[in-house]
Write a protein that binds this ligand. Structure first.
Ligand code: MTE
Length: 354
């Protein structure tokens, strides 16, 4: 069980989290091994699974899979490149701080499906082969359908948007994303007028993602949700690329949500399913620890996390340079989204709403 202790700073203690899913998953994991000694069994079993995944069939022989040489060597070889580099949309400038370097944006990541205990995720992505990719649409829609991502990207006008990015852990960057407005994708899904929420589910590929294999206590796959009015907001973005090229695997290839007025965890990576509801669906972190991670999770310096302040953030300019700066209400996107949240505190004396 040694690896259960390896958690990032913002994650809850194991003793504090007792969601049903944790025990359900761990129980079925132990059961699948037919053993009670989870530590020993885990090590043995995962070593085998990892070895299988690190090899590939080439011309009838088993070869070791090539490992990425660096964080920019993880753009899937068959990613759709039509429309790149896209013209920047000038409506979303970030005047008060510079763009973060490409290397830090692709080497300091949270992608728990690869490993929750490190930001250095890119070396773990060799086995992940995203393409071809489909997105399944279901729930309260006129008709369920499946999008082929390559065809979807080719049918959209790609644009670039420079956005502030703020993690709940209080670090931040400024990143140029390539993609299209989430509203355009929602429209193509043809939701019923009675649908009020939309849920996004990430891919679940234990053979390709070591964090799914090695951390069975999480309720995989990762899932997130928004109110429809949030999803239709002009700022909500589907990213298929960053820095003028398709997404690296660790940044969420082949597509992810970017919701810059919310904490980063509201933006699921590697989305493969979209469902519409007339009631609020659960979300990964809110289900795990509702006292710490709310459904709305808007960036708000007036709502401290129960264990740390959110008033300031560590802005990462590049791998060697960071700066402590003040956090902006709605991360500086109040002009677009402020009217969606009349009850959120505009100053430090307001009510605490997560
Ligand atoms: N999506 C999935 N599927 N799995 C994850 O672990 N982490 C979230 C979010 N989306 C996560 C995810 C968190 S906590 C953050 S801060 C951002 O992705 C990080 O995005 P980045 O690595 O591109 O900076």
């Amino acid at each position: 069980m040694g690896n259960i202790i390896l958690r990032p700073g913002w994650h809850i203690k194991e003793s504090a989290a007792t969601p049903h899913s944790f025990y359900k998953n761990r129980r079925s994991f132990i059961k699948s091994l037919g053993l009670g000694a989870i530590g020993l069994a885990t090590t043995t079993n995962l070593a085998c699974a990892g070895d299988r995944a690190r090899t590939a069939e080439v011309n009838g022989t088993t070869q070791p899979r090539p490992q990425p040489n660096g964080p920019l060597d993880t753009i899937p070889a068959n990613a759709t490149r039509v429309g790149y580099p896209a013209a920047r949309n000038g409506a979303f400038s970030v005047s008060e701080r510079p763009e973060s370097g490409r290397l830090v944006a692709s080497s300091y990541n949270n992608f728990y499906e690869f490993d929750a205990s490190t930001k250095r995720v890119w070396p773990l992505t060799a086995d992940y082969d995203p393409f071809p990719w489909e997105i399944e649409v279901s729930g309260m829609v006129e008709a369920p359908q499946t999008f082929d991502l390559d065809a979807l990207i080719r049918s959209m006008d790609l644009e670039e948007r420079l956005y502030r990015f703020r993690c709940v852990e209080a670090w931040s960057m400024t990143i140029p994303w390539t993609g299209f407005p989430l509203a355009k994708l929602i429209e193509r899904c043809n939701p019923l007028s009675s649908a009020t929420f939309v849920k996004f589910t990430s891919v679940n590929r234990p053979q390709q993602m070591p964090g799914i294999r090695n951390q069975p206590w999480y309720d995989w796959p990762y899932y997130e949700a928004l109110r429809i009015d949030e999803a239709m907001n002009e700022v909500a973005f589907v990213a298929t690329g960053l820095y003028g090229e398709p997404l690296t695997k660790q940044n969420g290839a082949p597509l992810r949500l970017v919701l810059p007025w919310k904490y980063g965890y509201k933006g699921p990576k590697a989305v493969t399913k979209i469902e519409f509801f007339d009631r609020q669906p659960g979300t990964f972190w809110n289900d795990l620890q509702p006292g710490e991670y709310g459904f709305l999770s808007n960036v708000n310096p007036n709502i401290p996390h129960p264990r740390w302040s959110q008033a300031t953030e560590r802005f990462l300019l590049d791998e060697n340079t960071q700066q402590r700066i003040e956090t902006k209400l709605f991360n500086g996107y109040g002009e677009w989204v402020g009217n969606l949240y009349p009850n959120e505190p505009r100053d430090p004396s307001g009510p605490i709403i997560r």
